[in-house]
Design a protein around this ligand. Structure first.
Ligand code: NAD
Length: 316
């Protein structure tokens, strides 16, 4: 049976699929040529990331296609309900990148509290002429240990963030209207584990008490954090948005950064991707990354293996 991985797949996935007897094709077939390619090659499984669109035309015109797989989370590029109505399996790998996003949140947090994002901008310019001044201006960093992290959205990624935070000696304050509490298991390299049960709290408690706030909610159609919510936060709070652009109102965030109410922000996602607002990109208190939360080699490996396991159990 042939599987076409049209947007690529990690070697771990190819190996696992081949070991179960599938033939994996990693050619990238142009969107308009896909229907003919699938039918001519008798492809039974089509794997995509975000580039290839799997719409009604493909579903209707490829009678031998049995499965559509998305490596990653969002399935906006697939007509999921329609495909399922027509009897196709539609699978994804929602948990594979949670730990990667959690680490990126901490990359921003660790960088922010020691001004690394700013030092990396200024050291190449002035590091040899103004070393002592730079040393002084970045010399009042703070530690994450002992601080309170507010996690808004306590699903897969929120809990992965809690794991890292607990390991770092932070107190976790979580809010999620659909989750009362969660068991978080910290697993260490030598097999030891430590268990925490975190009860979620009202959103006001997060705003009132958290030293840092990180969001891990789905896109809501409107921002979760606006001026009103920012006013409820502690002075000098740090914020991270690695969820979706628009979950934090960027204009209100910029205003709060300028006034000093928010001390710094880490942004992996932006309202106007892939052309974020220059004012956000240029803001001196912002640590930036171009939507790379899920993008680690390990996550790609886990995505490959998870897809292979699901395909094997559904098609074999
Ligand atoms: P998830 O579905 O496991 O968790 C989301 C949680 O948010 C759920 O528990 C839900 O109950 C909760 N929630 C919904 N509305 C809420 C609200 N108004 N207030 C508080 N909690 C609310 O999803 P996940 O896998 O943890 O992903 C979370 C977010 O991360 C998504 O927006 C996803 O798009 C984003 N994401 C970003 C990257 C990246 O590259 N930066 C990668 C993967 C996912």
């Amino acid at each position: 049976m042939k599987i076409l991985a049209n947007d690529g797949i990690a070697k771990s996935g190819i190996d696992a699929l081949e070991a179960s007897g599938f033939e994996v094709i990693t050619d990238t077939v142009a969107q308009e040529a896909l229907i003919d390619y699938i039918n001519e090659n008798n492809v039974v499984g089509l794997l995509v990331r975000s580039a290839t669109k799997v719409r009604k035309d493909i579903i209707d015109s490829c009678p031998n296609l049995k499965l559509i797989g998305r490596g990653g989370v969002g399935m906006d590029n697939i007509d999921v309900d329609y495909a399922r109505e027509k009897g196709l399996h539609v699978i994804n790998t929602p948990a594979a990148s949670s730990a990667s996003v959690a680490e990126l949140v901490f990359a921003h947090l660790f960088g922010m509290v020691r001004f690394l994002f700013d030092a990396n901008r200024n050291m190449p310019l002035d590091g040899d002429s103004r070393f002592k001044e730079l040393k002084k201006s970045y010399g009042a960093g703070i530690e994450l240990r002992g601080k309170k992290i507010g996690i808004i959205g306590f699903g897969r990624i929120g809990r992965a963030v809690a794991k890292v935070a607990l390991g770092q000696g932070m107190e976790v304050i979580a809010h999620d209207p659909f989750c009362e509490s969660a068991d978080i298991e910290l697993d260490f390299y030598d097999g030891q584990t430590v268990n925490f049960n975190i009860k979620t709290v009202a959103i006001e408690e997060v705003y009132k008490n958290a030293d840092f706030i990180t969001l891990h909610v789905p896109y809501q159609g409107k921002p979760v954090i606006n001026k009103k919510e920012i006013e409820m936060m502690k002075d000098q709070v740090g914020i991270v948005n690695a969820a979706r652009g628009g979950v934090v109102n960027e204009a209100d965030l910029l205003e709060a950064l300028e006034s000093g109410k928010i001390r710094f922000a880490g942004l992996d996602v932006f309202e106007n991707e892939p052309k974020p607002d220059m004012k956000v990109l240029m803001a001196p208190q912002v640590s930036l990354s171009p939507h790379i939360g899920a993008a680690t080699l390990e996550a790609q490996d886990r995505i490959g293996t998870e897809l292979a396991e699901q395909i094997e159990s559904l098609l074999k």
